[in-house]
Design a binder for this molecule. Sequence first.
Ligand SMILES: Cc1cc2nc3c(=O)[nH]c(=O)nc-3n(C[C@H](O)[C@H](O)[C@H](O)COP(=O)(O)OP(=O)(O)OC[C@H]3O[C@@H](n4cnc5c(N)ncnc54)[C@H](O)[C@@H]3O)c2cc1C
Length: 287
Amino acid sequence: MPATSAITLVMPEAVDDAVAALAEFGPDGAPLAGGTWIMRAPIRGEARRSAYVGLGRIAALQAVDLDDDEIRIGAGVTHVGLVAALSDVPQCRGLVTAAAKAANPAVRQMATIGGNLAAWEFPASDLTPALLSLEAAVELRSPGGTERVSLERFLLRRRAVEPGILVSRVVIPRRPLTTGHARLPLRKAGDYPVAIVSAAASMDGHGKVDDIRLAVGSVEASARRWPGLERALLGARLDPASAQELARERSGDFAGRDSVEAPAWYRVQVLPALVRRAVEAVLASPR
Ligand SMILES: Cc1cc2nc3c(=O)[nH]c(=O)nc-3n(C[C@H](O)[C@H](O)[C@H](O)COP(=O)(O)OP(=O)(O)OC[C@H]3O[C@@H](n4cnc5c(N)ncnc54)[C@H](O)[C@@H]3O)c2cc1C
């Protein structure tokens, strides 16, 4: 039997203590949230860290606060917790669908929003495109203090985030948006969706789109907005069939990624139909 080396686990009760522990462990340590990504490290051929800082006892990371300006979600809120806290918030319909449909019931009980965003190697996150469409920001805690960055910027730099930096909250600006989330799971791909589209839009008094954000997940290595399609949809009535056609004309904006679950071309090919479904969800969403 191969020898296994001991793993250190500390369970602080305050964010500052977690940040201090992470700084002390440096590259040998990492946060442990729901553990659903970390537990599969050996299956992915990755080494485990020698130390983990468990986040499960930090009450501040479990809170969801809403006011007129923002929705602030603690990084330790699980997918199930997101559904419970935000189901009655019309602007969050797409995000709630993402949290409710991701993975399977056991994973949704454990997996956190912070862990989902911080797992940079994972391309099929449902929450990431939903949060991109809401123009969410991420709060990062380090021994130097708290920094708020847009989720878009965080996604670009998360791979290089210094050891010792903790995602503490996700912040959504409150806006009169209607939102939708469409995903394509494939039995062959296990529980991961092969492509995801999240949409958020607002209409003017004539029913024409005056603001729209579309984000695509799982098609490339990291989720991203679809600015060309957003521009094409602005100023017109939101219509599922024409959105699908405009998406088809622009599907060359995505290169796709090959994996054992699905080839790159397939992920791109299904995008227009997912755009149609996301737009249908927006139109069916409460205002
Ligand atoms: C069977 C299965 C099916 C799945 N299907 C889906 C799916 O359909 N859709 C989907 O979106 N996801 C899916 N997932 C992925 C799942 O959502 C992620 O594993 C989960 O969100 C990660 O969260 P966690 O809390 O478990 O993170 P952990 O596993 O604890 O951590 C993940 C990574 O993030 C780091 N980390 C954790 N919290 C923080 C923090 N606050 N600050 C900084 N770094 C942090 C950890 O150090 C680690 O590197 C699936 C997972 C499984 C096992």
